[in-house]
Design a protein around this ligand. Structure first.
Ligand SMILES: Nc1ncnc2c1ncn2[C@@H]1O[C@H](COP(=O)(O)OP(=O)(O)OP(=O)(O)O)[C@@H](O)[C@H]1O
Ligand SMILES: O=P(O)(O)OC[C@H]1O[C@](O)(CO)[C@@H](O)[C@@H]1O
Ligand SMILES: [Mg+2]
Length: 503
């Protein structure tokens, strides 16, 4: 097996194209650290579990669909308790911080880190950092015990508070060092994980025995590699209530249109899954699939057709969809939030006005449009039961990893198995809906909405049947949709995501 020396990228190559993208370990930069037997072997609940400890060589495969002769591909270190640990209970001084936007399940993760550290590893010194990254150097801390966190999973939000911006690496690491913290649990989205990566790097350069563990949080599901993010299921479930309301309103009145805006800054996962879950949605608009309003194959034409057929319709739109169209018509400024994320215009309101104006101008069809924006209501609720279980596994995996001396990792399920994933893999790109994957094809075939593909793209699909089996079903749907509309270049939008996902 070959080993590349770079601490940021610990890549191990094996036979048959096996690749392990490993995470750093404290011993990479602090040699001769003492080890201790894992106290879990004396724990009444866990000591009876057969093979409770994860084999040090266990890895989780990123690719589970393989061919006879294909390379075995990328693997990650399997998460879970190790036989040997690098911290004794009394020595541990842990801290937890939550950053970025809210997400159902944040309190559950906090609760389970505290309870996991306390009940599994006998750790009692756990600090909550108040108000995100800047809380390390500008705010008070909260002592966290199982008693303090006992009921918090029933509440939305985060008991620690959160913020955007304010990441000052040296001040944060100074604070970690000054307080004698040696395990840092960082819960947050893509920005937060980038912040965690630089904190880890600074800690490594200072040679500190401090484990840095990231727990991925994003209601948008925009973190790559992991199967999905916590709170996502809860969000999709809660979105059903808004879609139901929109449907009830729309079907109760002549030419009723219900428009529901859902979160999804750069990706349309919530909109896509909420659409598939509901079956009442006639059109789902996401950032990855540009659309257009006017002319043949456009949204107005589809609305008119659907209203004539059914007398009502429901449109679900992700907040990041159609931002290019808005920018054209509103000449919007490029504003950013404190973390540098683009501030979006309200596409739901905009599209509602556009639809109303269009049909008012037509004079031939009076419509009744109701716009529902449940975005913050969805984000602020507590997590559902299945997300609670998921949050528990994430928190416990993070604790097992840090105690075992791993650092500079994000924890998450990869094909159903929890793994330690190096920060660089999490931070290199954002997860997006791949519109040539089967899932988007399912949406198109369930709503029968236009594909909004440009002439060139449709012609390409008509000409070239893909050789890859994964694309064949998508091809069939797109080919069908392509045959429904005239192929002239009506779309001004060119950026399509055709890359095939790993799923
Ligand atoms: N490249 C970066 N380097 C260091 N810190 C960063 C970086 N990007 C973002 N951060 C910090 O991470 C924190 C959270 O970032 P952000 O507001 O983008 O939310 P997020 O973690 O992406 O979550 P979400 O987008 O799901 O709400 C902020 O305090 C921000 O300063
Ligand atoms: O208003 P805030 O708190 O900046 O959050 C809005 C953004 O946060 C997210 O929910 C991600 O956390 C996005 O979907 C949304 O654009
Ligand atoms: Mg983000």
């Amino acid at each position: 097996m070959g080993h590349s020396g770079n601490l940021q990228l610990k890549v191990v190559n094996g036979d048959a194209g096996y690749v392990l993208e490993d995470v750093p370990h404290l011993t990479d930069y602090i040699p001769d650290l003492p080890t201790y037997p894992n106290p879990l072997q004396f724990n009444a609940a866990y000591s009876v579990v057969k093979q409770y400890f994860v084999n040090v060589d266990d890895t989780v495969s990123q690719k589970i669909v393989v061919h006879k002769d294909s390379p075995r591909g990328t693997h990650f270190r399997r998460a879970g308790p190790r036989q040997k640990v690098y911290f004794v209970s009394d020595e541990v001084h842990a801290c937890i911080v939550t950053c970025g936007g809210l997400c159902p399940g944040l309190n559950t993760v906090i609760r389970e880190i505290v309870c996991g550290l306390y009940h599994m590893y006998g750790v009692s010194k756990i600090l909550g950092i108040d108000g995100g990254y800047r809380g390390f150097y500008s705010k008070n801390t909260i002592n966290l015990t199982p008693k303090v966190v006992n009921d918090i999973h029933k509440r939305g939000g985060t008991i620690l508070g959160t913020s955007r911006g304010g990441h000052d690496t040296s001040k944060i690491v100074d604070s970690i060092q000054d307080r004698g913290i040696n395990q840092v649990y960082i819960i947050g989205g893509d920005g937060t994980q980038k912040g965690a990566a630089v904190i880890y790097e600074e800690i490594r350069q200072r040679g500190l025995k401090v484990a840095v563990a990231g727990i991925p949080k994003t209601i948008d599901n925009d973190i790559p590699v992991i199967d999905k993010s916590f709170g996502f299921d809860t969000a999709v479930e809660e979105a059903q209530r808004a879609i139901n309301a929109a449907h009830v309103e729309a079907e109760s009145i002549e030419n009723g249109i219900g428009v529901v805006k859902l979160m999804g800054r750069y990706c349309g996962f919530i909109a896509m899954y909420a659409t598939l879950g509901s079956r009442d949605v006639d059109c789902c608009l996401i950032p990855e699939s540009p659309f257009y309003l006017e002319g043949e194959g456009g949204l107005y034409e589809f609305i008119e057709k659907r209203l004539k057929e059914n007398g009502h319709m429901v449109i679900v739109i992700a907040e990041g969809a159609g931002q290019d169209l808005l920018a054209e018509s509103l000449q919007s400024m490029n504003q950013q939030d404190a973390s540098g994320n683009k501030l979006l215009q309200d596409v739901g309101l905009w599209i509602s006005h556009k639809i109303k104006d269009h049909f008012a101008r037509l004079h031939k069809m009076a419509i009744n449009l109701k716009y529902i924006d449940p975005t913050y209501m969805i984000r602020a609720i507590p997590s559902n039961a299945s997300d609670n279980v998921y949050c528990t596994l994430l928190a416990q995996s993070a604790v097992h990893g840090a105690v075992a001396g791993y650092t500079g990792f994000t924890v998450g399920p990869v094909n159903g198995r929890h793994a330690y994933i190096p920060f660089n893999r999490i931070n290199e790109r954002q997860n997006q809906v791949v519109i040539t994957d089967r899932m988007w094809a399912r949406v198109l075939s369930s709503t029968n909405q236009p594909s909004f593909l440009s002439a060139n793209e449709l012609a390409k699909f008509k000409r070239e049947k893909p050789s890859c089996p994964v694309l064949v079903s998508v091809y069939s749907v797109l080919k069908f949709l392509g045959s429904q509309i005239d192929i002239s270049d009506k779309s001004k939008n060119k950026a399509f995501i055709y890359e095939q996902s790993e799923e």
